[in-house]
Design a protein around this ligand. Structure first.
Ligand SMILES: [Zn+2]
Ligand SMILES: [Zn+2]
Ligand SMILES: [Zn+2]
Length: 193
């Protein structure tokens, strides 16, 4: 399954069947370790992966928001993931059952629903809006959130976020530049006379 995304049912012994029954719902498959490139060939897995990245970013906002109780749509959407919160908060772990649901195209719509509801809360919530980032390249709005994967450029070194359209205007991440100049000043030899 992890090698060829093959979900064909094979005959197994009774003993193996009961072992399989026990483990199917345990989230124990770390995809980056087991099959790091599988999502490049399996469209549905790639979609789920991107949605889970977005959701883990959104969860950081919603879990910390004191107005989250007002987000009815969000609570309705995440209620489908009861006891499977790892699917929303982490990006890499799956159970066998989860992969079957990805294969059957059942997971993408449910995750999408959570992403849409999460974004709609953050957009309209004064608490969450206060946690937005300002793009340091243009120093202008609109404010940014790390989960806006289609609109942002995230520095691979320091994880700061900027408008995607501002990226061509700079060759270096402003924060990295600041950090490296600070390091330079710190390591400059002291003038002892
Ligand atoms: Zn909020
Ligand atoms: Zn900008
Ligand atoms: Zn940086």
């Amino acid at each position: 399954m992890l090698q060829n995304w093959d979900f064909y049912m094979h005959r197994v012994s009774k003993e193996s069947a009961s072992v399989i029954d026990e483990i199917v719902s345990i989230p124990m498959l770390h995809m980056t370790a087991l099959a790091p490139e599988l999502h490049l060939y399996v469209g549905s897995l790639d979609k789920v992966r991107k949605l889970r990245h977005q959701l883990s970013g959104l969860c950081r906002y919603l879990n910390a928001c004191k107005k989250v109780a007002e987000a009815e749509g969000w609570h309705r959407a995440i209620s489908k993931f009861k006891n499977k919160e790892y699917l929303l908060e982490h990006t890499d772990i799956y159970s066998v059952q989860d992969l079957v649901r990805v294969h059957m195209s059942l997971m993408v719509p449910e995750l999408k629903d959570c992403v849409n509801e999460g974004i709609s809360h953050v957009k309209s919530c004064s608490v969450c809006q206060g946690q937005a980032f300002i793009c340091e390249i243009c120093n202008q709005g609109p404010a940014l959130f790390p989960f806006q994967v289609d609109r942002i450029w995230k520095c691979p070194k320091c994880s700061s976020v900027y408008h995607l359209i501002c990226k061509p205007a700079t060759t270096h991440c402003p924060r990295c530049l600041r950090l490296s100049s600070r390091r330079h000043t710190a390591t400059e030899p002291l003038n002892v006379n």
